[in-house]
Design a protein around this ligand. Structure first.
Ligand SMILES: CC(C)(COP(=O)(O)OP(=O)(O)OC[C@H]1O[C@@H](n2cnc3c(N)ncnc32)[C@H](O)[C@@H]1OP(=O)(O)O)[C@@H](O)C(=O)NCCC(=O)NCCS
Length: 222
């Protein structure tokens, strides 16, 4: 029911764990307090329905919204979007470091800001190195200006560099991901974002995605 997350603990330099339960009830919370003390865990993640009453020490850090798109033929992707090549990696890592500040990690003061930025640089690097099935790159004047990672019939990380936002690259990236999946016969595509991320939600809805559900991330601070 509660597991220690070794990768997260090493990356953030503190004990991190994850609680798996149907709901955040007072009983579940009191077992969590004990477990964290015994296992030297400083932060415990929980994802589930909205708690009727948030137990002491738990903080709601994110509304996790899932959107879905029933695949159908879309326009061919714009030539400004192309598959990732190895030389793109440093630029994509830089974009990732600066782009994902609506995350649950950034909204929790327990997490070091620089490490949170580095988490996303690590994530896009791993996506490019095989974690994702495909990473598509948007270019501006020939240089990498954005990315979308496609993994398991879902859109993973997506971002457009701050200076290139608002000019349609986000839409080109999502359209390219839709084309990628549709041409491979996927029946549907999902994407997850933060409830507070108005730009991402507007982008996905503009591209035909509809809200399919929401869950809530809580962090317990031991
Ligand atoms: C979300 C993001 C990729 C959008 O990229 P973008 O290139 O600026 O988006 P586009 O210019 O293609 O805009 C597409 C649509 O999204 C909407 N949109 C974009 N930014 C918006 C904002 N700040 N507020 C409201 N709507 C916005 C627009 O309505 C636009 O629709 P339109 O074509 O009818 O005008 C970009 O803001 C970003 O990289 N954000 C940081 C990373 C992030 O949040 N990723 C998603 C995590 S799940």
């Amino acid at each position: 029911m509660i597991e220690r997350l070794d990768w997260d603990s090493g990356f953030f330099g503190m004990g991190v764990g994850r609680l798996h339960a149907e709901a955040l009830t007072p009983e579940v919370a009191s077992r969590s307090y004990e477990w964290c003390r015994e296992n030297r865990v400083t932060c415990l993640y929980f994802l589930g329905p909205e708690a009727a009453e948030v137990p002491p020490g738990f903080h709601m850090v994110d509304e996790r919204v899932t959107l879905a798109w029933a695949a159908h033929p879309v326009a061919a992707p714009s030539p400004v979007v192309r598959p990732f090549v190895a030389a793109d990696l440093p630029a994509l890592e830089d974009i990732a470091r600066q782009s994902h500040r609506d995350s649950r990690f950034h909204s929790d003061p327990l997490f070091d800001r620089a490490r949170c930025d580095e988490l996303y640089a690590t994530w896009i690097r791993r996506s490019c190195q095989g974690l994702a099935d495909s990473v598509l790159v948007a270019t501006c004047a020939g240089l990498p200006a954005g990315y979308v990672a496609c993994q398991n019939e879902a859109i993973g990380l997506i971002a457009v560099a701050g200076t290139a936002q608002g000019s349609g690259l986000g839409r080109q990236l999502v359209t390219a991901a839709q084309h990628y999946y549709q041409s491979r016969g996927a029946p549907s595509v999902t994407v997850v974002t933060q409830g507070r991320n108005r730009a991402a939600r507007a982008l996905y809805e503009r591209c035909g995605f509809r809200v399919a559900g929401a869950q809530y991330w809580y962090h317990f601070h031991a």
